[in-house]
Design a protein around this ligand. Structure first.
Ligand SMILES: *[C@@H]1O[C@H](CO)[C@@H](O)[C@H](O)[C@H]1NC(C)=O
Ligand SMILES: *[C@@H]1O[C@H](CO)[C@@H](O)[C@H](O)[C@H]1NC(C)=O
Length: 292
């Protein structure tokens, strides 16, 4: 019932804002410390739209309904796809670039809507600018993306899903504190599968927020030989900002943290500047294209 009321409220807000935000000047100046950057018209509209959906600061612990409802409204209004399953499979044509992406806490689908879809679009644009036959595949990392896992340093299963491990063994993940942190080995991992099936594909490991923790954990567990093949690593709003991505060539790692984004210091509160990394997908895409 509570959810229904919240959702209805947001739907009304969506309809109302359809008429208002389109007439607003495009977002260029931000009051919360996000640098002013040129973004596409559509991204600019989405940014001003989401500023209406989220409060200036909220507790991540209680943000599940807020995030789900707001993200559904964003997906609906902007026609965004929050699920991507294009991991290369044996017998299918290989993509030139494979992005393995981990979404943020309480984002919907397997890539969310705040940063992922805009980032993928920007990478497609940036890579096709120099070579129109470059193809880009995207795989969202399947994991729960819930608050308790963020507190523990990033969902273990999600990290495991992204990395490689020997069969029939348990492995200890970074920062493991209890027996449950030793994971049984049950699934194929995304990064290794992409490189196994398509040795020529350029793998990009990327994540937003808790997805950044997932990237860090996965990188720490991947064999050095596999990490050496990773084309680039991009993390938006990284809770582990300042910590190197293990095994990655430092020049191939881009961590984007807005100055006022306290999630980049591991905060449990989310400022508005954590929700606006869509403003940085152009820069991130240029970085990816440069390292192919
Ligand atoms: C353009 O991309 C395709 C697909 O990745 C590749 O086979 C081709 O060699 C590239 N061409 C140039 C000029 O880099
Ligand atoms: C992120 O880390 C860099 C390097 O340690 C630091 O200069 C920067 O202030 C950090 N950003 C935030 C928002 O904490």
């Amino acid at each position: 019932m509570k959810l229904f009321v919240l959702f209805s409220t947001i739907l009304v807000a969506v309809v109302l804002s359809q008429t208002t935000y389109l007439n607003d000047p495009l977002v260029t100046v931000r009051a919360d410390g996000v640098p002013e950057k040129p973004v596409t018209v559509e991204h600019s509209r989405l940014l001003s739209f989401l500023l209406q959906l989220f409060p200036a600061r909220f507790a991540l612990k209680e943000a599940r309904d807020l995030m789900h409802t707001a993200e559904r409204a964003i997906a609906l209004t902007f026609g965004l796809q929050s699920v991507e399953n294009q991991l290369p499979k044996a017998g299918e044509p290989c993509p030139s670039v494979t992005i393995i992406y981990a979404r943020g806490t309480y984002e919907i689908g397997n890539v969310g809507v705040l940063v992922g879809p805009g980032f993928f679009e920007a990478v497609k644009l940036a890579t096709s600018a120099t070579n129109s036959s470059v193809s880009v595949a995207v795989q969202g990392v399947e994991y729960a993306a819930i608050f308790p896992e963020y507190v523990k340093g990033g969902d273990r299963a999600g990290s495991q899903k992204m990395y490689s491990y020997p069969p029939s063994q348990s492995i200890q993940v970074p920062g493991a504190r209890s027996a449950t942190d030793f994971l049984p080995i049950t699934r194929a991992d995304d990064v290794s599968q992409a490189l196994e099936v398509c040795p020529q594909t350029k793998v990009v490991m990327a994540g937003f927020s808790q997805g950044g923790q997932v990237v860090h954990n996965a990188a720490a567990q991947l064999p050095p030989a596999t990490m050496a093949q990773v084309s680039s690593v991009v993390i938006f709003g990284d809770p582990l900002n300042g910590t190197a991505v293990a095994g990655a060539v430092p020049e191939r790692v881009l961590v984007l943290c807005h100055e006022s984004d306290i999630i980049c210091q591991g905060s449990l509160f989310v400022p508005l500047s954590h929700m606006t990394y869509l403003a940085d997908v152009g820069e991130a895409a240029e970085f990816v294209a440069k390292h192919l």
